[in-house]
Design a protein around this ligand. Structure first.
Ligand code: FPP
Ligand code: MG
Length: 281
C-alpha cells in the first residue's frame, strides 16, 4: 500500500478538505498497481507473489489477463475528468508509461548488454511513474501550491527509482521464504537489472570476460548458467554498486523532502522510506 500512502501523505499539503476524493484516487492507484502485477506475473511466468500462488499459476494466463483487465476497468471507472488540479489525463499518461516500459523490457528480453540509462528509463516507466503520480495526486486533489505538487512528483519519482533498484537487488540477494517469490528470476527470464549491468561494467574495467561470455547472445540462460551469472555479478560488486545508486536517489529525495516546509509530511515520508529500506519483500 505504498502508493495510497504517498497519496494520503501528500494530501496534507493541500488547502481543501477532500477526504473522499483523496481516498478514491488512493484506491485507484492501488488497484491499477494490483492489475499491473497480475499482468506482470503472466509475463514473468511467476508462480508465487507475497508468499502465495499467483492468479496466473492458479487460474491460468487467460483468466489472469481478464481479471487484470477487469480490475483496471473498475479502477478507471472511479476516475473523474478533473478533481482539483488532478486531470484524468495525468492518470492515463502514467498508465501509458507503465505499459511502454513493459513493452520495451519485453522486446529486449534476453539482451543483457544494456546501458545504465536504458535500465533507468525502463524502471522510471514501470515503477517511478506510478510513485510520482501517487505522491503528486494527493496534493493536486487538495489544491496544494503548484511548486509543492511538482516537488512531491519528483520525490515520488526518486523514491520509485530507489524502490525498484532495491527490488532488483533483492532478486540477487533475497531469501525466497521472506521475499515470498522466487529469487534469481530476472536473469532466468532474460531481464538485466542494475547489479548485473554494474558488474559487467566492472568486469570490463578489470579486463575480464567471464560474465560477458555467459550473458552475450543468451536469450534465456539455463538454471545453472543463471546461478553462475548471479554469483559472478555479486563477486564483481554489482550489488554494492546498486546499493550506492539507491543511496544517491534517496539522498536526492531527502533533499527535496527537507524543502517541503511541513514537518508532519516530511516525517511521514521519511518513515515511509525507512520502512521501505528495511523491507525484505
Ligand atoms: C513489477 O516488476 C511490474 C511492474 C512494476 C509494472 C508491470 C506493468 C505492466 C505489466 C503493464 C500493464 C499495466 C497495467 C496498468 C495493467 P518486476 O517484475 O520487476 O517486479 P516483481 O519482482 O515484483 O515481479
Ligand atoms: Mg515480475
Amino acid at each position: 500500500m505504498i502508493r495510497p500512502a504517498l497519496v494520503i501523505i501528500g494530501s496534507a499539503l493541500g488547502t481543501k478538505e477532500k477526504k473522499d476524493e483523496v481516498q478514491k484516487i488512493a484506491s485507484v492507484l492501488e488497484m491499477v498497481h494490483l492489475a499491473s502485477l497480475v499482468h506482470d506475473d503472466i509475463l514473468d511466468g511467476a508462480k508465487t507473489r507475497r508468499g502465495i500462488p499467483t492468479l496466473y499459476s492458479v487460474a491460468g494466463p487467460r483468466q489472469a489477463v481478464l481479471a487484470g483487465d477487469y480490475l483496471l476497468s473498475k479502477a478507471m471507472s472511479l476516475v473523474e475528468g478533473e478533481e482539483g488540479d488532478l486531470h484524468a489525463s495525468a492518470v492515463a499518461n502514467a498508465f501509458g508509461r507503465l505499459c511502454e516500459s513493459e513493452l520495451d523490457q519485453d522486446a529486449g528480453e534476453g539482451d543483457f548488454l544494456i546501458s545504465s540509462s536504458t535500465y533507468i528509463r525502463r524502471i522510471a516507466g514501470k515503477t517511478a511513474a506510478l510513485f510520482a503520480l501517487s505522491a503528486y495526486s494527493g496534493a493536486a486533489v487538495t489544491g496544494a501550491p503548484k511548486h509543492l505538487q511538482y516537488r512531491l512528483h519528483r520525490i515520488g519519482y526518486l523514491l520509485g527509482i530507489a524502490f525498484q533498484i532495491q527490488d532488483d537487488i533483492l532478486d540477487y540477494t533475497g531469501d525466497k521464504k521472506t521475499l515470498g517469490k522466487e529469487i534469481g528470476q530476472d536473469v532466468r527470464i532474460g531481464i538485466p537489472t542494475y547489479p548485473l549491468i554494474a558488474a559487467l561494467q566492472e568486469e570490463k574495467r578489470r579486463g575480464g570476460e567471464r560474465l560477458y561470455t555467459l550473458v552475450k547472445d543468451k536469450r534465456r540462460p539455463t538454471k545453472k548458467e543463471s546461478r553462475q551469472i548471479v554469483s559472478l555479478a555479486i563477486e564483481y560488486g554489482g550489488v554494492e554498486r546498486a546499493v550506492s545508486l539507491v543511496n544517491t536517489y534517496i539522498a536526492r529525495a531527502m533533499d527535496d523532502i527537507g524543502k517541503l516546509g511541513n514537518s508532519l509530511v516530511e516525517s511521514q515520508l521519511i518513515s515511509l522510506y525507512e520502512k521501505l529500506s528495511a523491507r525484505r519483500n
